[in-house]
Design a protein around this ligand. Structure first.
Ligand code: DGJ
Length: 535
């Protein structure tokens, strides 16, 4: 077959997989002015669509207190631009939004929008309402003081913690009203400009210090039967439930009715807390979406090690083992998102792509390798290191985001079709990856503290784009045909305004004499490899 014929065949494959259609659809959609940010399923992936086009968040989350002062933020905005972010995650707190009950102050929100727009940045707002990191420190003073009306959790009976209970209808209504006011205002001031892309509802919720709330409302609910909605969800998905939690149900003989303890045994406290936390957040989310239906998610403080019990991490929070409980309780919440400070980034990402959950990382340590991996391997909606305002303007994230931004049209074109992989060294120095009919023998080569990472995209027949740092890849074809796979050419290059501009031809020492592609260590680079086969 001639190269032209092969290319035609590849185009037909793309069209069959809906990829060209998607690119055209994207173009058509971008003309629509009524499109607010939304999630859209594309093949195997879920994408954020902004102004009618797929959008991947190359973000960063500000420190908790930064967005409480517009003057403090002033010098931060240009640093976000210098780091090549496209989106900033910033807090909107209940205490500053509704300092007096029923009286709202939107000055900070408006200032945030103005600052972001001036710097051509988008925002994800973090609603610090009833809970932030397992406590209620961001509720307004009038909520803090009114313990009689707005009930608290009791880790031990008759002992109020400084934390709202999710069992109280009054608590939920008060939070939902404030959140609805925020979303109503956002629709008014941002419904056309669409600076705000998504909203995080609360922050790292759950109960610390005990596995279950023992306040009177909680005690009464815990004695009741498990809600039928939860039981139906579990019964319908019995073959695909998350095993780390399913084991508790299995141990009680998959009981379909009964109290929390009868049905979930040792997992009862956490299931109960997860259900009530999720119901509460679901109601707050629904109230907000009724005003302005942006995508909304909840984030998780993760289980730190296998030995930890619920309560040592926030019990009832959306940790990966209870994703099914959360999804059953709160379908209004679009997805659940991990805050990843743990070293095994790959494992956490994998655990949050189960039960149909798309991956978004609102908080992480700042390794640039994590961005490449999440976007390459899991087609993440976005990646956002925490404390972004503490990073120096020349942090390695800057180069990573630059390269990812250049690659973005190719990344987007190839999403949802199984043609991308993320590469990241963790413990092992090598791994095998199968992609587009090829086996990739990946060797991680960086030394010392730097990481080896990258992403690889099958861009055509016998052609791949590879980007990253400190990675070697030997390719061998796995499909029927000539036995030997060889390198036709390797070019280093960059994308300028969406166009591939080749740089060095990588030959000799730079591709190990035609044996493998090798990305040097240091700042990430891009190479395009073409292969051929012979007997
Ligand atoms: C996780 C929280 O969600 C953030 O708001 C912040 O407090 C960080 N921890 C601090 O490391």
């Amino acid at each position: 077959m001639t190269m032209a014929a092969v290319s035609r065949q590849w185009l037909a494959v793309l069209a069959g997989a809906g990829i060209l259609a998607c690119a055209r659809g994207t173009q058509a959609k971008s003309d629509s002015s009524s499109d607010i940010p939304r999630l859209h399923k594309q093949g195997t992936t879920t994408r954020l669509v902004v102004d009618g086009k797929p959008f991947v968040i190359l973000g960063g989350e500000l420190h908790n207190s930064s967005a409480s002062s517009l003057a403090y933020l002033e010098p931060i905005w240009p640093r976000m631009v210098a780091l090549n972010l496209n989106t900033v995650l910033a807090v909107v707190s209940w205490e500053l939004l509704e300092p007096e009950e029923g009286k709202f102050d939107f000055a900070l929100v408006d200032g945030l929008l103005e600052g972001a727009r001036k710097h051509h940045l988008r925002l994800v707002l973090l609603w610090f309402g009833s809970w932030k990191n397992g406590v209620s420190s961001y509720v307004p003073g009038w909520v803090k003081r009114d313990v009689a009306r707005l009930a608290r959790m009791q880790p031990r009976a008759a002992e109020n913690a400084e934390v709202l209970t999710p069992l109280s209808d009054a608590n939920c209504r008060a939070d939902a009203q404030a959140f609805a006011a925020l979303m109503r205002h956002l629709k008014e001031v941002d419904g056309t400009r669409r600076t705000v892309l998504m909203v995080q509802v609360e922050n790292e919720v759950g109960l610390l210090g005990a596995s279950r709330d023992h306040c009177p409302l909680a005690e009464a609910a815990f004695a009741k039967e498990v809600p039928t909605e939860l039981m139906s969800y579990f019964q319908e998905r019995r073959d695909s439930l998350i095993p780390e939690f399913e084991k508790y149900w299995e141990a009680t003989g998959y009981k379909t009715t009964g109290t929390w303890t009868e049905v979930f045994g040792e997992g009862a406290d956490e299931a109960f807390m997860a259900w009530h936390m999720a119901r509460y957040l679901g109601r707050v989310t629904a109230a907000g979406k009724a005003e302005y239906p942006l995508p909304m998610y909840a984030n998780a403080w993760l289980v730190q090690n296998e030995g930890q019990k619920a309560g040592q991490y926030p019990s009832g929070g959306p940790v990966s083992k209870v994703l099914d409980v959360w999804r059953a309780a709160a379908p209004e919440i679009d997805f659940l998102a991990p805050d990843i400070y743990l070293p095994d980034f790959k494992a956490v990402c994998a655990s949050y792509t189960r039960s149909g959950n798309p991956l978004f990382i609102p908080e992480s340590s700042a390794g640039p390798e994590r961005a490449f991996y999440a976007i390459g391997q899991h087609e993440a909606i976005g990646f956002c290191p925490f404390a972004i305002d503490s990073l120096p303007a020349d942090h390695p994230l800057k180069d990573s985001y630059q390269v990812l931004a250049e690659l973005m049209p190719v990344i987007i074109e190839n999403q949802g079709a199984g043609r991308m992989r993320g590469l990241l060294r963790y413990k092992e120095d090598s791994e095998q990856v199968d992609l587009a009919g090829y086996r990739l023998e990946v060797s991680y080569r960086s030394e010392g503290k730097t990481s080896s990472y990258g992403l690889v995209i099958a861009t055509g027949p016998d052609e791949f784009l590879v980007a990253g740092s400190g990675v070697g890849i030997h390719f061998s074809a796995r499909t029927p045909g000539p036995r030997h796979t060889r390198i036709l050419s390797v070019d280093e290059g960059r994308f300028k305004e969406g166009r591939w501009v080749p740089g060095r031809r990588m030959n000799g020492d730079e591709d190990a004499g035609g044996w493998h592609l090798q990305l040097p260590g240091g700042p990430p680079t891009i190479q395009r490899i073409k292969l051929y086969r012979h007997d």
